[in-house]
Ligand binder design. Structure first.
Ligand code: 3UK
Length: 540
């Protein structure tokens, strides 16, 4: 073991005990990584050092002002921010720095500033409010924060309750005295990155968790580089001239990987947008001539209906993750754009995608095969491996794995070295992994096991259905009954006749016993900021 660069040892002191750690695999030659590693050096400084500082790196807009930064531009800003953190705000390596803001070029610069200075970036979703931020700040013992000026209010309220959070600077405001930008202006544009150990923590990502106290997942510098060497070259195969775009926040590891870490790892460019609704993403793809898009299944479904009004000829690769991609959505997007979506399951705990299929191997109803470098299998309740065709718990191991910050739930996610993601899966005859449901979302009705998402897939094939969510409703006779919440397409009327039609449609599409005995029409469905359906809120 090489010495840690952390002066503040909080993260290291709160790693899971060695026996609670997942088993790690570093078999691939490209996963032989040096013992000292700073991910900012690899992703950012390397390009400038190679004479490629003039390459386009980040585009975006902040407060309506367009931004277009080269690698050298981003590096200079990140260096100045690192100097502000160290010189003005007293940061020492290992301190936790909360980042708060919608996706923007400045947010990316802040992330790199923290990593360069040896800090630990704690990303937070822009929509979080005081009562959701306080547990994160407490749990991660956050001492510093860099926050978009437009989201400052909640953070002031947090500060009043969290005395350890003493250092706060605002960016993307008017740039007046006291702002981060004003402090940066007096700093030199160079900085020597902290010489971190490959296994120094650089990131704490809190799970978008549907229930309970948020869990902080810790990631080493090495974890991010390992992720860059697995899924992107195997399944995405993007090129240096690609222009990445998408919706997931940088606080979500799906977004951090897809919209910052992976593009910069290959010298490509990225578009960071504050507004990422389907309405905003489509014109942005056209305006920036984006080529690689990352978003959630519902976003592809909503965009598919509006594609005709936009020039999407630049687009060549589309990645979907966060929840299962319904076969109907895959088809709609292909019909609208000609593009076969690259589906992939990832998790905050493993940083990014570990099972996926490229365009040539995509099969409706299947997520794909384990990404090289990872191993996956399906286990029964006792932890024995199940043969293909049987539904069980998905288990994964690879170069990244779950490391919760001081959390008993480590023992739930990691058992006998395997990461248990909480998903029910089945391996198909062709070796592809088929998602069934979150383990908690399996519905047991009248003795049958029914996967809610399968019923959702069936409903989504009906032309009247825009979105839907299926849950088990407690029922005296059957234990649970299948209940569907349905959002209709514009112009459709949710009456008894349509409910009956949808039920008949389901019985004709999947095994009749799975049909939703109850249907409720809604104007919208509850979703997390990361695009996930909150089924527990539908269960009410
Ligand atoms: C579900 C999927 C079926 C699954 C994530 C890509 O979603 C991400 O991380 P989270 O921690 O949630 C993990 C859980 O989400 N899921 C994600 N993708 C799929 N289910 N098909 C999929 N393609 O239940 C998983 O256990 O929020 C996704 C990259 C990084 C991520 N953090």
């Amino acid at each position: 073991m090489v010495p840690s660069a952390h002066v503040d040892t909080f993260a290291r002191d709160n790693l899971p005990l060695p026996e609670a750690m997942p088993e790690l695999l570093f078999e691939l030659p490209e996963l032989q990584l040096p013992q000292r590693l700073n991910v900012a050096t690899e992703l950012l400084d390397r390009w400038v050092a190679q004479g490629q500082g003039d390459r386009l790196c980040v585009q975006g807009e902040s407060n309506g002002a367009p931004q277009r930064w080269t690698y050298a531009d981003l590096q200079a800003r990140a260096n100045r921010i690192a100097r502000v953190l160290v010189d003005d705000l007293g940061l020492v390596p290992g301190n936790r720095v909360l980042l708060r803001g919608a996706n923007s070029a400045m947010l990316a610069a802040c992330w790199f500033g923290v990593i360069k200075a040896g800090g630990i970036a704690v990303g937070t979703m822009p929509l979080l409010r005081e009562r959701e931020l306080v547990p994160i700040v407490d749990k991660a013992r956050v001492t510093h924060a860099l926050c978009d000026a437009r989201l400052a209010e909640a953070l002031y309220a947090v500060q009043a309750n969290c005395p350890q959070l003493t250092q706060l600077r605002l960016f993307n405001g008017d740039g007046a005295a006291g702002s981060l930008e004003a402090a940066m202006a007096s700093k030199a544009a160079d900085f020597d990155n902290v010489d971190s150990a490959a296994d120094d923590v650089c990131l704490m990502a809190f799970t978008s968790g549907t229930t309970g106290v948020p869990k902080g997942t810790m990631h080493f510098h090495r974890d991010l580089i390992a992720a860059c060497r697995c899924w992107p070259p195997q399944m995405l195969r993007a090129q240096p001239d690609d222009v990445f775009i998408g919706s997931p926040p940088l606080a979500f590891t799906f977004g951090l990987g897809g919209l910052l870490v992976f593009p910069l790892a290959i010298g490509a460019s990225t578009v960071l947008l504050e507004k990422v609704s389907p309405d905003a993403l489509l014109p942005a793809i056209a305006r920036y001539k984006a080529t690689v898009c990352f978003t959630a299944p519902t976003s592809y479904r909503a965009m598919a209906a509006q594609v005709g009004q936009h020039d999407l000829t630049s687009l060549r690769k589309c990645v979907s993750a966060g929840e299962a991609l319904p076969a109907a959505t895959r088809l709609l997007w292909k019909q609208a754009t000609g593009i076969e979506i690259i589906d992939g399951i990832g998790s905050t705990e493993l940083f990014h995608i570990f099972i996926s299929a490229d365009e040539a191997h995509a099969r409706p109803g299947a997520t794909g095969v384990p990404v090289q470098g990872y191993r996956a299998c399906v286990l029964d309740e006792q932890g024995h491996e199940l043969p293909p065709g049987q539904v069980g718990r998905l288990a994964v191991k690879g170069p990244t794995g779950c490391k919760y910050l001081a959390d008993d739930r480590q023992a739930t996610y990691v058992k006998t070295g395997w990461n248990l993601t909480g998903d029910a899966y089945r391996i198909g005859d062709d070796g592809q992994f088929e998602f069934q449901a979150r383990t908690d979302d399996m519905i047991v009705s009248g003795g049958y096991n029914i996967a809610g998402p399968e019923v959702e897939d069936a409903l989504l094939l009906h032309p009247a259905v825009a979105e839907c969510g299926v849950i088990g409703q407690v029922d005296a006779a059957r234990g649970h009954v299948v209940k569907a919440f349905v959002v209709l397409r514009p112009g459709q009327v949710g009456d008894d006749a349509l409910a009956a039609e949808l039920q008949t449609f389901c019985k004709q599409t999947i095994a009749p016993y799975k049909y939703p005995r109850q249907i409720e029409f809604r104007d919208s469905l509850p979703r997390t900021e990361t695009g996930k359906l909150q089924r527990f809120r539908l269960r009410g």
